[in-house]
Design a protein around this ligand. Structure first.
Ligand code: NAD
Length: 360
C-alpha cells in the first residue's frame, strides 16, 4: 500500500430523524449560554424555532445570511455577535449560513454548532470564504470548523427539489475530486466512494418523493461523507473551474457544480483510472462521466452553462483564468482542453471524449 497522511478533522456529529431534539444538550455540552442563531432571510422561521428551543440560552436571531458571505454582511454579523455578547453561533441552513458563522468564528473564535439543511458540506470543513470587492477569497482555519454538527432529515422536508438536486450533485463533486486528490488516502477514498453511492441512489427519490425521509436521510449521510472529504483532502480542476465561474461570472454555486462535474470527470478520466473505477462502482456504470450527467438530468438539474447565465463570449476568459496558476490535477490543465471542456458544458452536451474533441 502507498504511504499516506490522514488529516482527521475533529468534530462531533449527531445524526438522525429528530436529532434536533438534542440541541439543548449539545449547546450545554459546548458550555454556551448565549447562542446567536443564524439563517438566511428565507429560513428565518426555522431560526426562530431553533431560538425558541434554546430558550434562555438564545441571545437572538440574525437572519441576514446571503450567498458567498459579502464582507459587509460578515462585519454586520460580527458586530451583532459582540453587542449581544454571544458565546456561540448556531447556524441553521446551507453553505451560505454556515459560511456566515465561519466569518464570525474567524475573528471571535466563537464555537459553531451547525444544523445543515442542504447537502453542500460546509459544516464539515475548516474552509471559509469571504467576498470583498467582487472577489471571493477562501482560506483554511481550524477556528471555523464547527464543533458540533446536528443532521436531522426532518429539516429537509422544506427543501425544494430544485435546490436539493444541484446541492446533492455539489456533494458528489467533493467525493469525485477526493478520489483523485494529490493527498488522497484510503480512509477519505472509502468515504468518498460511499458518499457517491449513497447520494446517487437517494437523490432521484429526494426530488421525486418529497416526503421520503429515508431518502433524505441517506442523502444527508452522503453529504456528510462528502463534506468530510472536502475538509480533509485538496480539490482539483473541477472545484477550480467552479470557483472561477462562480466568482468571475456570478453563476449559482450548486448549479455550476452540477453542470461542470460530468465534464471535469471526463477530462480526468484517463489520467485517474483508479479513482474512476471507484466512481464507476459507486454509480453502477462503467462510464462515470456519462452516468453523472444522466443523474443530473434525472434530478431535474440544469445541464448547460448557457442556461444559468454564462455568456458564450466569457468562455475564453474563464479558460484563461482557470489555467493561469498551476495547481494539482491528475491531467495537466491546458488552455485548449479546458476551453473544449467549458464549451461542451456551455452547450449542455452529454460528455464523451468525442464531445470534448469536437468542442475543441
Ligand atoms: P445556500 O446556503 O445559499 O442555500 C440556498 C437557498 O436554499 C437559501 O435561500 C436557503 O435559505 C435555502 N434553503 C436551504 N435549506 C433549505 C431547506 N431545508 N428548506 C428550505 N430552504 C432551504 O446554498 P448551498 O448550496 O447550501 O451553499 C452555497 C454556499 O456555500 C456557497 O457560497 C459555497 O461557496 C459555500 N460552500 C462552502 C463550503 C466550505 O467548505 N466552506 C462547502 C460547500 C459550499
Amino acid at each position: 500500500m502507498r504511504a499516506f497522511v490522514f488529516n482527521g478533522q475533529p468534530s462531533r456529529v449527531v445524526f438522525g430523524v429528530g436529532a434536533l431534539d438534542q440541541l439543548g444538550a449539545e449547546i450545554e455540552r459546548l458550555g454556551a449560554r448565549r447562542a446567536l442563531v443564524l439563517s438566511t432571510p428565507e429560513q428565518q422561521g426555522s431560526a426562530e424555532e431553533v431560538s425558541a428551543r434554546l430558550g434562555a440560552r438564545s441571545a437572538g436571531v440574525y437572519a441576514k445570511a446571503v450567498m458567498h458571505v459579502p464582507i459587509e454582511t460578515a462585519e454586520a454579523a460580527r458586530a451583532v455577535a459582540r453587542e449581544l455578547q454571544a458565546d456561540c453561533c448556531v447556524a441553521i441552513g446551507g453553505g451560505s449560513t454556515i459560511g456566515l458563522g465561519k466569518a464570525i468564528a474567524l475573528t471571535s473564535e466563537l464555537p459553531i454548532l451547525a444544523i445543515p439543511t442542504t447537502f453542500a458540506g460546509s459544516e464539515m470543513t475548516p474552509i471559509y470564504g469571504i467576498t470583498a470587492q467582487g472577489q471571493k477569497k477562501t482560506g483554511r482555519d481550524a477556528r471555523v470548523l464547527p464543533k458540533t454538527v446536528v443532521y436531522d432529515p426532518n429539516l429537509l422536508r422544506t427543501l425544494p427539489a430544485k435546490i436539493a438536486g444541484p446541492s446533492g450533485m455539489n456533494a458528489i463533486a467533493h467525493c469525485v475530486e477526493a478520489l483523485y486528490a494529490q493527498d488522497a488516502n484510503p480512509i477519505t477514498s472509502l468515504m468518498a466512494e460511499e458518499g457517491i453511492r449513497t447520494l446517487a441512489a437517494s437523490l432521484p427519490k429526494v426530488v421525486s418523493e418529497p416526503n421520503n425521509l429515508d431518502a433524505k436521510g441517506d442523502a444527508l449521510y452522503g453529504a456528510w461523507l462528502a463534506g468530510a472529504c472536502l475538509g480533509m483532502v485538496g480539490m482539483a480542476l473541477h472545484h477550480k473551474l467552479c470557483h472561477t465561474l462562480g466568482g468571475s461570472f456570478n453563476l449559482p454555486h450548486a448549479e455550476t457544480h452540477t453542470i461542470v462535474l460530468p465534464h471535469a470527470t471526463q477530462y480526468n478520466r484517463e489520467a485517474a483510472p483508479e479513482a474512476m473505477r471507484c466512481v464507476a462502482r459507486a454509480v453502477g456504470n462503467d462510464d462515470p462521466a456519462g452516468a453523472l450527467y444522466d443523474l443530473a438530468k434525472a434530478v431535474g438539474a440544469p445541464l448547460a452553462l448557457k442556461d444559468i447565465g454564462m455568456p458564450r463570449e466569457g468562455l475564453e476568459r474563464a479558460a484563461q483564468l482557470a489555467t493561469e496558476n498551476p495547481y494539482f490535477n491528475p491531467r495537466p490543465v491546458q488552455y485548449e482542453g479546458i476551453l473544449a471542456l467549458l464549451t461542451s458544458a456551455w452547450r449542455g452536451e452529454r460528455p464523451s471524449a468525442a464531445a470534448q474533441r469536437s468542442a475543441a
